[in-house]
Design a protein around this ligand. Sequence first.
Ligand code: CP
Length: 304
Amino acid sequence: MKHLMSPLDMSVEELDKLMAIANDIEANPAKYAHACDGKILATCFYEPSTRTRLSFESAMMRLGGQVLGFASADSSSASKGESVSDTIRVISCYADICAMRHPKEGAPMVAMTKSRIPIINAGDGGHQHPTQTLTDLLTIKSLKGRLDNITIGLCGDLKFGRTVHSLISALIRYENVKFVFISPDELRIPDYIREDVLIKNNIEFKEVVKLDDVMPDLDLLYMTRVQRERFFNEEDYIRLKDFYILTKEKMELAKDDMLVLHPLPRVNEISIEVDNDPRAAYFKQAQYGVYIRMALILTLLELV
Ligand code: CP
């Protein structure tokens, strides 16, 4: 049985196949409308979500399947002290596949060891968010036409932003991808990403504080929100939350075909005036999230 804990659980060839299925779903949705008839997806979300949970549910419904689950720990028996291990043993009796989000790093991995159904990590603490990465890869491939030969700037909370950690791990497998990390000192990428992922694999990267200086070099700008829920004190969050705000004026420094991505939710880091810029791709990115999750459900259930 297959699960998805990290984007590295899939080879580059498997990712290519997954993205090809997603593109086919986009082009021919009717072909897949009954692909999951009789199947049930459980969404077990111990942490808030709009996109990930609802796009998984939309994906399963668009495949003809059904969904059940909970949207917060408070509305499940976790609030009475039930462990993730026991919960997943029970969910395995009710559903065919499960997407799980949890504030604790590694919780979906624990579930995987006790599960009789495929488990998808829908975000675990500040660690990984592999289905956001699949979404990001599909967005870049579809809109840019390639995943290699790109310079990508990742801007904002690079310390706690799990989408950033997953995306870096996935992109180093493509040729000539250069990274520019743009963050305040306190929110730089974690040491394990710098040492074990980038330096160990001879990946070209630089770390800067000022966004304006590097804007002209970028093919992609991946903005992130400062992750309030992972800060130890509110003062630090308030000091750092508006460190970067992407405005129309800053967009004038960028290439004509630079794309702006953001996993969303956005707080203040992209001014709403940027939404009308043709290079703003973050809402399209959310749409690609449905196609790739449809492709993932089909793949893990071995229906393609
Ligand atoms: N991108 C993302 O994970 O959004 P949600 O937290 O709304 O699921």
